[in-house]
Design a protein around this ligand. Structure first.
Ligand code: FEO
Length: 397
């Protein structure tokens, strides 16, 4: 039900967030092909009101209008900061001015960040601990610490009477469209992309986060980006696969090619893997969308890196992709590295150096001088069959 561009998601609980339809980049890194949203919520009890998170800087006045359509900002008792990153907390200085009696509620780490980032004075902050409750009168907020999901200070907020979990970045997706997840046909694709970009490096902490939710009667998951999940089992089941690193019999081939030699090898590898019944995706780094690549890393059991040599080392685009792979820490088990060089090799050694300390088995490497000959392609076919066999023998966890 729409009421002045706010959405009533439950009894006395409203979505009052904003849509950033035109944003195309996040963290100067992540493509946003379909924009994003910054979801804030208002919970009204018989004795008090709480604002759950705020919005990205630049949207303060829109948030204020939405609040005023429901309550006077002076009637807000608490501003809950689940996470200190500016896309959710950037409007806190503005809100603290108009919500004159509100206290900022955060974890002890969150309070330190609010002091540094947003200059919130000590007397207007309230520290909460894991599982602490705060009553608004008929609405009880329970705070659940969720460190590293996405920053060290992050927490979830759960409304006990309504079964609503405000999960901040966790379970989110960068999408401007849709109020509810069932409004968006390909929601899980976006959620998988978001998981890979934002949460995948913190899989161990995500496992702990999921554990903490056991025993809660979660009826609705209301994240801080993208649509609200009113059938939470759909996103929870997907998260169980991603959080525990379940992969498919799937290979992401990631390559760049200057004169076609590396591409020729990459495509030959794709052919043989597909014939062996393996799902294959090819990402040519000169044209691929980084978000699509990361989405495929989430459930690929292996990667094949196509690495041309340039100026005495690996091509900078594949160095970038390999570095990204390392810091995102996908659950990939196997890799093959294919390289072609004109007059100076060594690109494979550079890639292996980048992957040092990363738990991944290098099944094989191929380094050729110039365009691949028939015997090189035969070798790639054999390596592809061997890789397919390793993938099929693995259980994918
Ligand atoms: Fe959406 Fe980590 O902020």
């Amino acid at each position: 039900m729409f009421e002045g561009n706010v959405v009533r998601i439950s009894r006395d609980v409203y979505w009052i967030g904003v849509k950033d339809w035109n944003r195309r980049l996040f963290d100067a890194l992540i493509p946003l092909p379909r924009g994003t949203s910054y979801n804030a919520y208002l919970v009204s009890g018989e004795e008090g009101n709480a604002l759950i998170d705020t919005v990205n800087p630049g949207f303060e006045e829109e948030l204020e209008r939405k609040i005023r359509s429901l309550v006077d900002p002076g009637e807000i008792d608490y501003i809950v900061m689940n996470h200190a990153e500016p896309d959710h907390a950037g409007a806190i200085p503005y809100l603290m001015k108009i919500a004159t009696k509100a206290k900022l509620v955060a974890t002890s780490r969150g309070v330190k960040m609010a002091r540094i980032f947003y200059r919130v004075p000590e007397e207007r902050m309230k520290i909460v601990t894991d599982q602490e409750k705060l009553s608004l009168g008929g609405k009880t907020l329970r705070f659940i610490e969720a460190p590293m999901l996405h920053w060290p200070e992050t927490m979830f907020t759960y409304v006990e009477e309504e079964g609503i979990l405000f999960s901040c970045d966790f379970f989110g997706s960068h999408l401007a469209e849709g109020v509810y997840s069932d409004d968006v046909e390909d929601l899980l694709i976006h959620a998988q992309k978001y998981w890979g970009e934002i949460m995948m490096p913190f899989r161990t902490m995500a496992q702990k986060g999921l554990e903490k939710l056991k025993g809660l009667d979660v009826k609705t998951i209301a994240p801080s980006h993208g649509p609200i999940h009113r059938k939470p089992e759909v996103i929870l089941n997907a998260y169980k696969r991603w959080v525990y690193g379940e992969t498919k019999q799937k290979v992401s081939i990631i390559y760049v090619s200057m004169w076609g030699s590396t591409e020729h090898m990459a495509e030959q590898m794709a052919e043989v893997l597909a014939r062996e019944g393996i799902e294959v995706v090819l990402h040519n780094l000169t044209v691929t969308d980084v978000g699509d690549l990361v989405k495929d890393l989430v459930d690929s059991r292996a990667i094949v890196l196509g690495v041309p040599a340039v100026l005495g080392g690996a091509h900078p685009l594949i160095v970038y992709a390999t570095y990204l792979f390392r810091i995102l820490r996908p659950p990939t088990e196997f890799t093959v590295v294919l390289s072609s060089y004109g007059w100076s090799g060594g690109a494979i050694r550079q890639i292996q150096e980048l992957l040092r300390d990363f738990k991944i088995e290098v099944v094989s490497t191929v380094e050729i001088n110039g365009p691949p000959m028939e015997e090189d392609m035969r070798k790639i076919v054999e390596i592809g069959k061997s890789l397919a066999s390793r993938i099929k023998r693995s259980e994918g966890f």
